[in-house]
Design a protein around this ligand. Structure first.
Ligand code: PRE
Length: 328
C-alpha cells in the first residue's frame, strides 16, 4: 500500500454483517477510510498480515454466547499464518437478531397470550410476523444459533441449520432462494440490503445482547498512523486493556497459579481468561488473559512490562498481543 493511498479496513462481510456495523462505528469517515468486506474471519487476519489492509475488524465475544473461537485461534496464531497481528482497539455492537426470508403473505396465527416465556431468558419471546410453516432450511453464523435458542426451539424446532461465514452471508443466500423455504438469522440492516422480509424481530434470548469486536493491525503499523485510522478518543479517557497468551508445563504443580500471580503481583486485575487447545499435543492449552493496563514501548517500565518479565520466567511460551483503550 502506498503512503498516500486511502487506508483500507478489512471486515467480516458481506455488507450488513454485525462486524460491518462495528467497522462503521469505529471508522465512520467515508472520505478518509475504505471499508473492505472479506469472506471469512481468517481472510481479515490475512489481509492485515500481508498488509493489503491497514486495519481489520473481527468479532471476539458475545455477551450471552461467549467467545468466537475462530478469532481466538487466529489471534493465538495456532497455524503460524498470522505472526504479526496485534490488537489495537475494540468496539461493542448491540445485536438484535431477526428472522429474514420471503414472507408467504399469510399472517402468523400465533397470539401473544399463547406464548410461553421461558424465565431463563430476559427477552420476551418474539411473535413471528408471518407464517413460518414453509421454512425448511435455516442459515446463519454459528454464533447466532446459541443467541436465539428459545425462538428456534419454539417456532423452528428440527428445521436443519446451515452454518455460513456471517449472518449477512446467510441473508445473501436466502435472498437467492425464491422458493421461500430458506430463512436467515441476520440483522435488520441485512433485510434492507438483500431485499428480504422480516419474518420475526428481536429473536435473541437476552435483552442487551451485545458482541465485542476487536480492531487488529500489523505489528509494524504504528497504533495511530494517520488521523483517519485514529480511533476517536473517548471522553473522559478510559482505562487501557492488554491481551496476553501463554502456555504452560501442565505437569508442574502450581504453574498456572504462578503465571496468574505475575499479573496480581504487579497490581493488574484480570478481566477475562480463556483457553483453547494449543495443537501441540492433546490436552495442552493456550491460555488467553486480558488485564488492565498497557505495555509501554521498548524497555518501558510499566506494570504490564514488569508482569510480562515475570511471566517469561514461569510460562513455557508467552506473547503480548496488544494494548488498547477500553470502549466499555
Ligand atoms: O455474522 C456476523 O454478522 C458477524 O459479524 C459475526 C458474529 C459473530 O461471530 O459473533 C457477530 C455478531 C453476532 O454475535 C453473530 C455473528
Amino acid at each position: 500500500m502506498g503512503e498516500h493511498e486511502r487506508p483500507v479496513v478489512a471486515y467480516l462481510g458481506p455488507e450488513a454483517s454485525y462486524t460491518h456495523q462495528a467497522a462503521l462505528s469505529t471508522f465512520p469517515n467515508k472520505e478518509t477510510t475504505t471499508l473492505s468486506p472479506r469472506t471469512t474471519i481468517a481472510d481479515v487476519f490475512s489481509a492485515v498480515q500481508n498488509r493489503s489492509a491497514h486495519r481489520g475488524v473481527v468479532p471476539f465475544e458475545n455477551s450471552s454466547n461467549g467467545s468466537v473461537v475462530f478469532t481466538l485461534d487466529l489471534i493465538a496464531n495456532l497455524h503460524g499464518m498470522h505472526p504479526d497481528v496485534l490488537v489495537c482497539g475494540e468496539a461493542y455492537v448491540a445485536v438484535k437478531h431477526c428472522l429474514l426470508g420471503h414472507a408467504a403473505g399469510i399472517p402468523s396465527t400465533q397470539k401473544e397470550g399463547e406464548v410461553r416465556i421461558d424465565p431463563q431468558f430476559t427477552n420476551p419471546l418474539a411473535i413471528p410476523k408471518s407464517d413460518l410453516s414453509r421454512v425448511k432450511k435455516l442459515y446463519s453464523h454459528p454464533q447466532a444459533w446459541g443467541q436465539c435458542k428459545a425462538f428456534l426451539a419454539t417456532y423452528l424446532k428440527g428445521v436443519p441449520r446451515h452454518d455460513v461465514d456471517s449472518t449477512s452471508r446467510a441473508a445473501e443466500i436466502v435472498a437467492a432462494d425464491k422458493t421461500g423455504e430458506s430463512a436467515a438469522l441476520s440483522s435488520l440492516a441485512a433485510a434492507d440490503v438483500f431485499g428480504l422480509d422480516v419474518l420475526a424481530e428481536s429473536i435473541n434470548d437476552r435483552k442487551g445482547n451485545t458482541t465485542r469486536f476487536l480492531v487488529i493491525r500489523h505489528a509494524s503499523s504504528p497504533p495511530l498512523p494517520s488521523p483517519s485510522l485514529s480511533l476517536p478518543t473517548p471522553n473522559p479517557p478510559t482505562p487501557w486493556k492488554s491481551l496476553i497468551t501463554f502456555t504452560l508445563n501442565h505437569t508442574a504443580p502450581g504453574s498456572l497459579a504462578q503465571c496468574l500471580s505475575a499479573f496480581s503481583s504487579h497490581g493488574l486485575s484480570l478481566t477475562s481468561i480463556n483457553t483453547r487447545p494449543s495443537g501441540v499435543e492433546n490436552w495442552h492449552y493456550v491460555f488467553f488473559v486480558e488485564c488492565g493496563g498497557r505495555k509501554e514501548d521498548g524497555e518501558g517500565e510499566g506494570d504490564v512490562n514488569r508482569a510480562l518479565g515475570e511471566l517469561g520466567g514461569v510460562a513455557r511460551t508467552w506473547r503480548w498481543l496488544g494494548s488498547w483503550e477500553s470502549r466499555l
